[in-house]
Ligand binder design. Structure first.
Ligand code: SAM
Ligand code: SF4
Length: 351
């Protein structure tokens, strides 16, 4: 059910908020200061939990242009958004995407605190230096296995060595606090959690384990059977490492632990076992310009229509974003059994 709630945008003109920056608040009182842009639905990998083998990608004309994405970034920042994450699909396979990073990087002078990127790492060796120069503050890099054959099976065509060189390239370019994102599937890679954490520790990386979410038809495996909960991963790790809970946050849904005498954070993103909707601070824009108010619900607004029907009208764009806040639902409704409730794949949504 769509929640129709009162939505507020505090502006410097409000008596109560005089002097403060604008803030997007949804109908449940949550402050929305984080947006993720999926800048393409295409990818050079076909990860089994994300895509089906025969994916149909959107025609190019249906994808937001880099100029439209820049206009959107500006509108969100003027509405008080502090963090923009670029994701996809694989954002770094989009032609000329560096230009977008350069434009969005400039928004740091206008209130953007962090421009960040989620990538599969395949293009990082080539692009890391330029991304750093454009103002990208932090990287999340997906890595599900350290075994080349397994890595290829999970990504269907990814090359582990290339990704590892990409991680090294990013470190050499000066990126700090790189975080690995790891989706754990039972009988695919659940026996690698200790090795993956050790790899993170050895290389000064953070790592977050993500429970698979039922987004889109994938055809590869039964999601209920492949489910391996954060609690199971935690128990496996606790046999080898001392895990100390922390209250640290990177502004996302992960719960973090530290291992004494190391600098790495071990995170768990647990949409099934530890619902994180209560403090959701984010919205997403799909590759085709739909403002998605929740990862796990269909509530959305077509911002591409606004961008194309009224080019250059930033006020109208901002108004469309403000009105959309009323559609943000209280939370997702992921079920492990049965068909996915959400038919769009993660590459459209932007993970
Ligand atoms: N291609 C980039 C990458 O893989 O990092 C960015 C896009 S990808 C959709 C973003 C993140 O979503 C990745 O860490 C991926 O592992 C995760 N992901 C994709 N499908 C998922 C699913 N069904 N459940 C949980 N995480 C998923
Ligand atoms: Fe591509 Fe990322 Fe999806 Fe894997 S998870 S198929 S790398 S978009």
């Amino acid at each position: 059910m769509i929640a129709q709630q009162t939505v507020t945008l505090s502006t410097p003109n409000d008596t109560e908020n005089a002097g403060s920056a604008p803030t997007l608040i949804d109908g449940f009182g949550r402050r929305i200061d984080y947006v993720r842009f999926s800048v393409t639905d295409r990818c050079d990998f076909r990860c089994v939990y994300c895509m089906s083998e025969q994916m149909k990608f959107l025609p190019r004309a249906q994808i937001l242009t880099l100029e439209e994405l820049t206009a959107l970034g500006q509108a969100f920042v003027e509405l008080g958004v502090r963090k923009i994450r670029i994701t996809g699909g694989e954002p770094l396979v989009r032609h000329n995407v560096l230009w977008l990073f350069q434009q969005l990087g400039r928004l740091r002078e206008r209130g953007l605190a962090e421009l960040v990127l989620t990538t599969n790492g395949s293009q990082l060796e080539r692009l890391a230096v330029d991304l750093k120069a454009a103002g990208v503050a932090r990287l999340n890099i997906s890595l599900d296995s350290l075994d080349p054959a397994r890595f290829r099976r999970i990504t269907r065509n990814g090359d582990l060595k290339t990704v590892l060189r990409g991680i090294q390239g990013a470190q050499a370019a000066g990126f700090q606090r790189i975080k690995l994102n790891t989706v754990i599937l039972k009988h695919r890679n659940h026996d690698e959690v200790v090795d993956l954490v050790q790899f993170a520790l050895d290389n000064g990386l953070d790592i977050s384990f993500i429970e698979e979410m039922p987004l889109g038809e994938i055809g590869d495996h039964d999601r209920a059977e492949a489910y391996y909960s954060s609690d199971e991963i935690h128990a496996d790790l606790a046999q080898v490492f001392e895990l100390i809970p922390t209250t640290e946050t990177t502004g996302g849904p992960a719960r973090y632990y530290r291992i004494p005498a190391t600098n790495s954070r071990i995170g768990f993103i647990s949409p099934h076992s530890h619902n994180f909707c209560g403090d959701c601070n984010r919205v997403r824009v799909s590759a085709e310009g739909r403002l998605l108010l929740c990862l796990g619900q269909e509530n959305s607004v077509d911002l591409k229509h606004t961008l194309r029907a009224y080019p250059g009208d930033q006020e109208r764009l901002k108004q469309a974003i403000i009105s959309a806040m009323a559609l943000k639902p209280r939370g997702h409704d992921f079920q492990l059994d049965g068909q996915p409730v959400i038919l769009r794949h993660m590459n459209h949504t932007g993970g």
